[in-house]
Design a protein around this ligand. Structure first.
Ligand code: 3PG
Ligand code: MG
Length: 403
């Protein structure tokens, strides 16, 4: 990871700081249903308050496509943000640029916090427009990016803006990048990557990158069915991308070239349909009946993954290993999550996980706080696992070079 400036490198006292956050949190009926991203942002705001900055929080929310949409306003975020800041007042501007924003920002005193309306109400945000970035830059003197989970978007508040003001990473951005680079750039070996989820087609680049980086690749979830099918195993009525068989074989060949050991399911929990409480059976992987669906990894596979984890020092995990939302098909993911938690607790494994479904599965298993690091990012975590340069990170690194 090239060097990027952090809060320690910039002077913010008395200054107006434009803080790019990711407040794109799940909201239902006007209420935030998971405040993780807000809670993880709060220490950055607290640090800026302690330094006497005037803080202007900016974020996108949903995908309003460049037009104001009352259903995608950031207003419902004012109260949760205030709560996360120990009750501190949070001002609000009904537009992120122009007069409303200018007036709000002009009235801010050191230590005060304001939130701007959804950046994506303007087309310029997603277009990475220089004009829109300049309109934002007028509101502040310093730029801090704490939105790792949006760093894969080359949008104006993430890319163009970072070049217009002195820029630094916030504490959450710094923590994410430190944890992720410790897991793949200079990890303690052996490194095991545990990859699940439904489709191989969405994770081809990720698998290609990982087989060149890690020592062991363990695959679960429905995507494993495609790899099994590609090797000639009958998978019955399981979810399987038959048109991806050739890609799957290429990935297995690439893994062999790189001496990356691949663990595929050797047994499975099958049922006639995916429904809660349905009659499920455990079968060897070469004994899946034609009318059955593979819905979870079986106990022999769990044991094999657990044994590989025992021998590993670093884990990168993305994707559930079975249909974990529907019991009893959550068992495999849960058992592996508990094993990961136990090894991490014992100081034997550095464990890093990310991605929306993965985080939900870890939360369901009750182990989120026991892993070394759980990323707040979905798409950005996946792109990082593909070895891609994230525009938000690149902008911060470039800003460091400009200084
Ligand atoms: C996320 O929630 O993953 C980020 O905020 C990015 O949102 P987007 O996929 O709408 O760009
Ligand atoms: Mg940036």
């Amino acid at each position: 990871m090239p060097k990027f400036p952090t809060l320690d490198d910039i002077d913010v006292r008395g200054k107006r700081v434009l803080l790019r956050a990711d407040l794109n949190v799940p909201v239902k009926d006007g209420r935030v249903t998971d405040a993780t991203r807000i809670e993880r942002l709060a220490p950055t705001i607290a640090a800026l308050i302690a330094k006497g900055a005037r803080i202007v929080v900016m974020s996108h929310f949903g995908r309003p496509k460049g037009r104001p949409d009352p259903g995608l306003s950031l207003r419902p975020l004012i109260v949760p943000l205030r709560q996360a800041l120990g009750g501190r007042e949070v001002g609000f501007a009904a537009d992120c640029i122009g007069e409303p924003a200018k007036q709000l920002v002009a009235a801010l005193r050191p230590g005060q916090v304001a939130l701007l309306e959804n950046l994506r109400f303007h087309l310029g945000e997603e277009a990475n427009s220089a004009d829109f970035a300049r309109a934002l830059a007028e509101l502040g003197e310093v730029y801090v990016d704490d939105a790792f989970s949006a760093a894969h978007r080359a949008h104006a508040s993430i890319a163009a803006l970072a070049h217009l003001l002195p820029a630094a990473a916030g504490k959450l951005m710094e923590a994410e990048l430190d944890a992720l680079s410790a897991a793949l750039e200079h990890p303690a070996r052996p490194v095991l990557a545990l990859i699940g989820g439904a489709k191989v087609s969405t994770k081809l680049d990720l698998l290609r990158f990982l087989v060149g980086k890690v020592d062991v690749l363990a695959i679960g979830g429905a995507m494993a069915n495609t790899l099994l099918y590609a090797q000639g195993t009958a998978v019955g009525r399981s979810l399987c991308e038959r048109d991806m068989a050739e890609n799957a074989r290429q990935i297995l060949a690439l893994a062999a070239e790189h001496n990356c050991r691949v663990i595929l399911p050797e047994d499975a929990v099958v049922a006639a349909e995916l429904a809660s409480g349905v009659a499920a059976q455990t079968v060897a992987i070469d004994a899946v009946a034609a009318d059955m669906m593979i819905l979870d990894i079986g106990p022999a596979t769990v044991a094999r993954v657990a044994a590989a984890l025992d021998e590993s020092r670093t884990l990168v995990w993305n994707g559930p290993l079975g249909a974990f939302e529907t019991p009893p098909f959550d068992r495999g993911t849960r058992a592996v999550a508990e094993k990961v938690a136990a090894l991490t607790r014992a100081g034997r494994l550095r464990s890093v996980a990310g991605g929306g479904d993965t985080v939900a599965a870890l939360a369901a298993a009750g182990v989120t706080d026991e892993l070394s690091y759980v990323s707040t990012a979905g798409g950005a975590f996946l792109e990082w696992l593909e070895g891609r340069e994230l525009p938000g990170v690149a902008a911060l690194v470039a800003a460091a070079r400009q200084d």
